[in-house]
Design a protein around this ligand. Sequence first.
Ligand code: KG4
Ligand code: ZN
Length: 321
Amino acid sequence: MNILGIETSCDETAASVVKNGKTVLSNTVASSLSHHEKYGGVIPEIASRKQLESIHAVVDEAITSSGCPLKKIDAIAVTEGPGLLGSLLVGTSYAKAVSFALKKPLMPVNHVKAHLYANFLTLPGNASRPAPKLPAIGLIVSGGHSSIYFLEDYTHYELLGQTRDDAAGEAFDKVARILGLGYPGGPIIDRLAKEGKNTRIKFSPSRLDSFDFSFSGTKTAVLYYHQQHRQDPDYQAAQVACSFQQSVISILIEKSIQACLAKSCKTLLAGGGVAANSALRAGLLEASARQGIKAYFPPLPFCMDNAAMVAGYAYHQMKEE
Ligand code: KG4
Ligand code: ZN
């Protein structure tokens, strides 16, 4: 079964064709990021206008490069939320029109669940990548969400905990802004933090009793530190970035492992833009291995917003209907 996926929940316009919920035949992503950079964050009105301009070309490219003609598409999947309202409207309207024209079913997909599903995707020629075993614990860390789920199977998720304030990616973006590093902050801090290892600066993470997180205290601690010390001769932004990153990832790792132990799960799935973070990937793999847990991360292109995860997830939703 070939599913055309469409994703427009934030600044990306993405389309993809996925075969049998697994093999990614095409993955086209257009980003309007360069139009938001000067504002230090995504401007919803700009995002939706750019999506309206590009969606037709993006879907066209995804179909052409998949080698699967429109007449062989069996269903259309689209992100229905959560996301920016205007952006979602562009994707869902377009998907409805394609579904109507092709007389094929339309599958609305939850963006957060799709992010975790990205762990089950493979590129053609890489079919040997072993599929994670379920049940699992899912850690979703993106610009808009930070949550821990128990995944009973592909489509049944139980929310165990979530952020009480900023999402992890949002905290990276805000700290990068405080340090004057640019947007989006996650990849910049990830790179810079490597130069700041062995720092003596410490930003302790907030420790809540549940599986919830809170990052705004750490972000404020960085702000105060930066304001008080930026003129010091030995001040190094790389050390601040490293300590901040360590604080965020240490609590993500700790809570994910605790959730695995609480639910007796031997599989841990990460997803979302922050799952591209090199320190989180290394730390989670190491901590999981110590507990006999197998941790998975999506291939890098499938950590960020993409439509392959949407098309892949929809396959399992359809099987249930
Ligand atoms: O999943 P995503 O593409 O969009 C949302 O659904 O939000 O995630 C974007 C977020 C941004 O906040 C970005 O700064 C963060 O993911 N991000 C990273 C890294 N790459 C992207 N955060 C930390 N380290 C990275 N390497
Ligand atoms: Zn996302």
